[in-house]
Structure formats: C-alpha cells, structure tokens
Design a protein. Structure first.
Length: 404
C-alpha cells in the first residue's frame, strides 16, 4: 500500500509505523508532510529500539506544565480586584478574620503602600525586595501563627513581577502564519493565535488573557469564593474579547471557507485559559555528526544500517551463525555510509551486539517501545501535552532513554 497508493494515508489524524525501516517509509513522507499528518515510527530490535516522530508542524493547545506559575495580576490589579482589596479594613478585623485574609489581598495592599512611599515604583533591587518582605512580616499580628502572611511572604516575588507574554507565545506571535490575512487559511489554531495577539496588543496591555485559576491559600470559604468569582469573571471577560476578534477574522473569510472553520466560544475560552501554555512543535532530523560521542545515537544509526543490510541482502545481519563475521563487516560498511564520523571500539561492540540479536523482537523491549509510542500518539491526536521532538532511543542494556 505504501508503494502503490501512499496518498491513502493522508486521510488519517496520525500514522503509526511499527517494525518498518525508514527507507521503506520514504514514499509516505511527502504525502503526510503536505497534509501535516504526524508519522510515528516505532522500532524494536533486540535489546534496543526507538520511537521517532516526523511532522512539519504540531500545535499544542495545552502543554500542561507541571509547575505552572499562577497568573494573579498582583502587579497590576484590574478595577474589580482593586475594589475587592480596598474593601478589607485590616486594622478593624478581629484575629480570626485577620488570619484568613487571602495572601493576594495582603500583597496588593503591601505593593500599593510601597508605591505610595516610593514615588509609584515597585521593589527592584535586592535590598528593596528584602524591605518589602519585611514590611509583610511587620503587617502581621503574629507572623509565626498567621499562615496567610507566611504565604504572602513566600509569594512576595509575584508582587513585583509584571505579567508578560511567555517566550513560547512570543514565537507564535512572530510566526508569519499569525499575521493578518494568513491565519485564517491555516486553521483554527492560527486564527485564535492571531486573535490572542490582537488582544495582547490592545485590551491585554501587553499581557495574555487571564487564566482565572487560583492556587490553594489560607482563607475563609466566603472570601475564597468571592475572590475566585472575581478572577473567573475577569477570565470570562477576556475570553469574550478574544472571541470577538476571532469572529471578526472569520467574518473576513469567504462564506464557503468560514463554513469549514467554525470556532465555538468554548474552544476560544479553552485557548484563553491556557494561552501561556500553547506551543508549536517542529521536528528536525538528528545531526548525524554527533554519533561519535553519543552512544544512544550509535544504536539508532546501527539499527538504520541493519535495515539497509536487510534491504540489500534480503536477510537480517547475524541470521546465520556461519556468516556472522562477514555480516559484521557488511554492517559496519553500511553504518560508515550512513555516518562516516562513527568510529572507535564502541561501534564494533554495538554492531556485534546487533548481529547477535539476529533481528529478534524481544517482548520486554517491544512492551517498552509500545508503551512510549502509545502515550506519544495520544499527545499528537489530542494536542495536549508536549510530544517528544525528534527521536527517542531506548537502550535496554543499560535501561536508559535518550532523545536525539
């Protein structure tokens, strides 16, 4: 099918190739590249294997970072948040109320007081930041017991850190596909990206839409719910502003094109909530010149050389014990053709090990490679989480993996 009708594979969301040489997959590459369909290659060869992803461009709607910094806008509170902070009269709160004031309120008040005393500036030097943190301690009635003030002290850096556009989002905004007149032709992701860019330059005043999520904090149920609602309302307001820009971009399209590109508000809202975590991934071929100093790269190219050997001689290296010595020489010659820089004793050991496998597919290696491939395919299809970029090589001898 690959040789006779490669265009057949262009209709799928992703294509998975198992135990097929990369040379045999060559006819597929231009077809899948034209449709931007990701190709995942999974190989298991003895105690080694690899998973390789080839896709010109892959968009990630939400990278799900493990340690994402909450976007609280303490540096520049919007009117609703500022009014809520002003509603707290700290001097007249009883001890229980004072110890349950959310740390966001404490930090906004502390920054406001600092700016009043320092000509509207925020703490910038190390000395000033220490003074600001000491002011938070001083504002507490019993710092050792008031956890909310301890949380404010630990999160003091958020008070002097202005909201900004992450580097990954800046790259997306700088992409030609995010420019006026081009995004609509590239699909949903780039239409929303252009709308986000317009929002940042206008309504956002240099910041992406508010995510609206709050971290856990010491607060009474009532105050936390009130604060949560204020953040949720602002996030909804920002999402609707972006959705309005999306509608304007779609309105400029030909009706027939627009009918094929519906973008509901729920989708726009999802992009806005995760605006700081969207990504564009481009895979690139591994630099073969690194093979000499990279043992995992050596395994990858050794398997590639074994595939060339099999294509040329119609058998796997090491298939017959009496031909093992000759197979080793032939395998080395093909490896040198692929990567002339591969030299040294490690090369001989790796090729000898590969001949010893005789093309066997061991269940333990296959299980590991299959598990890795499965989770990467889920990432590619759902556009959630960042997939591996390039080639992941599994070394079952040392139980290690390396991404090339």
């Amino acid at each position: 099918m690959i040789q006779r009708n490669p265009s057949f594979f262009g209709q799928f969301t992703a294509v998975i190739a198992t135990q097929l040489s990369e040379e045999s997959l060559a006819p597929l590459l231009p077809v899948l590249a034209e449709k931007n369909v990701p190709l995942l290659i999974a190989r298991s060869y003895g105690l080694v294997g690899y998973v390789k992803i080839i896709v010109p461009e892959h968009t990630v709607v939400n990278a799900h970072p493990e340690n994402a910094t909450p976007d609280l806008r303490i540096f520049c509170p919007w009117p609703a948040l500022q009014n809520y902070v002003d509603s707290f009269d700290m001097a007249h709160l009883d001890s229980a109320q004072h110890s349950h004031v959310p740390y966001i309120v404490i930090l906004v008040k502390a920054l406001q007081a600092w700016r009043e005393q320092h000509g509207g500036t925020h703490p910038s030097t190390s000395k000033e930041k220490d003074e600001f943190k000491n002011a938070i301690m001083a504002a507490s009635r019993n710092f050792g017991k008031e956890q909310n003030f301890q949380e404010a002290y630990a999160a003091a850096h958020r008070a002097w850190t202005a909201p900004c556009v992450p580097t990954s989002l800046q790259r997306i905004f700088g992409d030609p596909k995010c420019k006026t007149g081009m995004a609509a032709a590239e699909g949903e992701f780039w239409v929303v990206a252009q709308a986000l860019r317009g929002f940042v330059l206008a309504e956002g005043r240099g910041a992406p839409p508010l995510a609206g999520a709050l971290p856990d904090m010491t607060a009474s149920t009532e105050t936390f719910v009130e604060l949560q609602q204020i953040y949720a309302n602002k996030a909804e307001e920002d999402a609707r502003a972006v959705a309005k820009r999306v509608e304007a971009l779609l309105d400029a399209l030909d009706p027939s094109i627009r009918a094929r590109t519906p973008i509901p508000f729920d989708t726009v809202r999802s992009y806005c909530r995760n605006a700081s975590h969207i990504r564009v991934i481009n895979t690139a071929e591994y630099d073969a010149t690194k093979c000499q100093s990279d043992s995992c790269a050596l395994w990858y190219f050794a398997v590639r050389a074994a595939d060339v050997f099999t294509a040329d001689l119609r058998r796997v290296p090491g298939q017959y014990a009496e031909q093992a010595e000759g197979d080793l020489k032939e395998l080395k010659r093909r490896l040198m053709a692929l990567v002339p820089s591969c030299k040294g004793g490690d090369v001989a050991d790796a090729l000898q090990e590969l001949c010893r496998y005789g093309g066997a597919e061991l269940h333990t290696t296959a299980a590991a490679i299959g598990g890795i491939a499965a989770q990467e395919v889920v990432k590619l299809v759902t556009h959630h989480f960042v997939p591996l970029v390039g080639t992941l090589v599994y070394d079952g001898i040392h139980c290690t993996t390396t991404t090339l």
